[in-house]
Design a protein around this ligand. Structure first.
Ligand code: GDP
Length: 297
């Protein structure tokens, strides 16, 4: 399906005379290939353009070392630049959960993988850090979503706040806080309501919950396969709610990871975790190198 970028670039350079330094023309033809690779990886046009400019600066006049071909050299420059842009947090997997009980707010659109990610992170906190975690669903419009969190909780051995019919999201958030304080929990996770699209009510509710809970982390869950849409969603949520990090789900899918680059370049928010499947262990902290490799193909 995709041609590997290194192969493409060696194709370009095979047609050129070998010189000791990368001439501007060499770099230009190489960058055309890089651009195609980025766009195929679903990086937005604007981000691809800025990225190419930055690489062009670094690559023009860079001397070609004997051990590598000009193509490999450009690939390395592109790779390093990708890693530079993608890196947003030195320790993305470390959640700020001191001062128990620490609230973590989970936000995102319906279907993004928010509930699944809430449970995956709870399991991680329990198993890796020995934390006592409480999860609460605030999705009062969708009883099935509340049930889903309870089922996942039972499966992974993490407590969920009992469901009380007729309660609104704010009341649930307050009850979660009380239960977490009196129950000796280290962390409580609030799984907010999701909608198919961002609307005023969704944002207003998430903001109201944020004000009640005063979260240490607000994690936005977005579907990594939705490319530019994911970036628009992140901008909007960050603008209205303020997010401390992004979780990209479905990175086990066919996508090339371009959403990650656009996400970083446009929102500046660190990507903290990536979801790699439906199973409760299918999550890992974000590694810039891995995504860079995937974008380059
Ligand atoms: P929510 O509406 O945002 O809470 O989404 P859910 O957590 O219910 O997830 C929707 C669907 O996506 C479920 O079938 C999940 O198992 C699936 N899902 C969530 N995260 C991932 C992921 O990283 N990879 C894959 N392949 N599926 C995922």
């Amino acid at each position: 399906m995709f041609e590997n970028l290194s192969e493409r670039l060696s194709g370009v350079f095979d047609r050129l005379t070998k010189q000791g330094a990368l001439s501007p023309e060499d770099v230009k033809s190489a960058l055309r290939e890089v651009r195609v690779a980025l766009l195929e990886a679903d990086v937005s046009l604007e981000v691809a353009r800025d990225f190419i400019k930055a690489v062009e600066k670094k690559a023009t006049g860079a001397s070609v070392t004997k051990s590598v071909t000009p193509g490999q050299q450009v690939v390395k420059i592109v790779h390093d630049e990708l890693v530079g842009v993608l890196t947003g947090d030195e320790d993305p997997g470390r959640l700020k959960i001191d001062n128990p009980p620490a609230p973590i707010l989970m936000v995102g659109l319906q279907g993004s993988g928010k509930t699944t990610t809430t449970a995956k992170l709870a399991k991680r906190l329990k198993e890796r850090e020995g934390k006592k975690v409480l999860m609460a669903s605030l999705d009062t419009n969708r009883p099935a979503a509340m049930e889903q969190l309870a089922i996942l909780g039972a499966q992974i051995g993490v407590d969920t706040l009992p469901i009380v019919k007729g309660e609104d999201a704010i009341a649930i958030a307050k009850r979660a806080k009380t239960q977490a304080s009196f129950g000796g929990y280290d962390v409580y996770m609030l799984d907010t309501a999701g909608r198919l699209h961002i609307d005023a009510e969704l944002i207003a509710q998430a903001a109201a919950v944020r004000d009640v809970a005063n979260p240490r982390e607000t994690l936005l869950v977005v579907d990594g396969l939705t490319g530019q849409d994911a970036v628009n969603v992140a901008e909007e949520f960050d603008d209205k709610i303020g997010v401390s990090g992004v979780v990209l789900t479905r990175m086990d899918g066919d996508g090339r990871g371009g959403a990650a680059l656009s996400m970083r370049a446009v929102t500046g928010k660190p990507i903290r975790f990536v979801g790699l499947g439906e199973k409760m262990d299918a999550i890992e902290e974000f590694h810039a190198e891995r995504i860079a490799g995937r974008i380059l193909g």
